[in-house]
Design a binder for this molecule. Structure first.
Ligand code: GLA
Length: 376
């Protein structure tokens, strides 16, 4: 069922409009966002669609093609609405809390973004609803302010301590571009990213590994980074450069904390190096940076699982230029930079490796850089 069909069935009328917001993959720059660092995501063609109409002031009803019951709410406080609808209530709350006059709305949701795969299905949901409410209410909120409003919904209302990567990607990405974002200043640079023109492709491998311990482990990584910044006397780990890394590590007693810091500092540099190579048209040369990022996540940040490690290794053995896990970790997806002509062989190699290890089969597809959130 489409969002339009669901809207008609649920509300017995036509929606006023449709809004779409994409999921994302992050090319490089993992866990750097909440350290005020750099990220480089691109938007997926898979999107969340919201069919929306105005409703009386102070009344919101939301339904979804994958949920049984619609959820209705009035003005709420953080945590009042839980589950999937909490992301929608969180957006309403965040806008109201920032002083905006949010229109009441009827909302029907359908999503193509796989849930629980680290492709930001929640940010796609938040961003589609946010964009719809801004348009319907004629709210004056520039694009660069929007991701932080959606992030507050997730941090404060839903209670997940995530950074600004996912919402920025869903809202600010452009078709055929990767979004180079400075998570401190919110400045962006749209980097041309048309791989097909170069005979290249990004293969996304969904490990289909069950997500385990995600919330607790994510929060623990964040806490460790913030404590390290405090000990080092800097506002955030972004303020440590690779040149200053040895010195910084020398000031930390805890070996685990030292490795967390090394990941963030080197990862920020890898993002900068990747952007430089892409700008110079040397796309193949970013491969080793992707692979080094994976090793850093595996060994220093310790957020990978055997399913993603095996996907990276088998893609590399099949000739990928580089490969890494993308997203928060503990499962989720791997991306591999490959020659477009070698996609089938690479998929076969990854599938064979999974079968050999008796893992649930992965799901693979070629990702292209799609547009950010928009009214359709
Ligand atoms: C999740 C979070 C993001 C970011 C990534 C890791 O996707 O939502 O804010 O921290 O993990 O890069």
């Amino acid at each position: 069922m489409t969002a339009a069909d669901l809207f008609r069935k649920q509300f017995d009328s036509e929606p006023a409009g449709f809004w779409a917001a994409p999921g994302r993959v992050n090319l490089i720059g993992e866990h750097t966002d909440y350290n005020d660092g750099f990220v480089l995501p691109f938007a997926l063609p898979q999107r969340t669609i919201a069919a929306v109409s105005p409703a009386p002031a102070g009344e919101w009803t939301v339904c979804s093609t994958v949920e049984d019951e619609p959820v209705s709410f009035g003005p709420t406080e953080p945590g009042d609405v839980s589950g999937w609808a909490g992301y929608v209530a969180g957006i309403v709350w965040s806008l109201r809390d920032a002083g905006f006059d949010v229109p009441g709305a009827r909302i029907a949701i359908d999503s193509e973004v796989p849930v629980g795969s680290g492709l930001s299905s929640s940010a796609a949901l938040e961003s589609s609803v946010l964009t719809a409410l801004i348009d319907l209410g004629d709210l004056d909120i520039p694009l660069e302010r929007r991701p932080a409003l959606a992030q507050r919904a997730e941090n404060v209302y839903v209670g997940a301590p995530t950074g600004i990567l996912d919402q920025s990607a869903s809202i600010r990405c452009q078709e055929g571009r990767a979004l180079f974002l400075d998570c401190r200043t919110y400045e962006v640079d749209q980097i041309p990213f048309d791989l097909a023109a170069e005979g290249l492709a990004i293969l996304v491998i969904n490990s289909n590994a069950p997500h385990q311990h995600v919330d607790g482990e994510y929060g623990a990584r964040r806490k460790s980074c913030e404590e390290a910044a405090h000990i080092l006397g800097v506002p955030a780990l972004r303020d440590i450069s690779v040149d200053g890394l040895a010195d910084a590590l020398g000031k930390l007693d805890d070996d685990v904390m030292r490795r967390r810091v090394r990941h963030i500092v080197t990862e920020n540099q890898r993002v900068l190096d990747t952007v430089e190579l892409l700008r110079a048209g040397r796309t193949r040369d970013i491969g080793p940076l992707l692979t080094a990022s994976h090793a850093s996540m595996r060994d220093d940040f310790e957020i990978t699982v055997p399913q993603v490690d095996i996907a990276v290794e088998s893609a590399l053995s099949a000739g990928a230029y580089g490969a890494r896990m993308t997203g928060g970790g503990f499962g989720g997806c791997v991306l591999a930079l490959i020659d477009a002509a070698r996609a089938d062989e690479t998929v076969a190699a990854v599938e064979a490796a999974y079968a050999g290890a008796s893992f649930t089969a992965p799901t693979c597809w070629i990702a292209t850089a799609g547009p950010g959130a928009t009214r359709l």
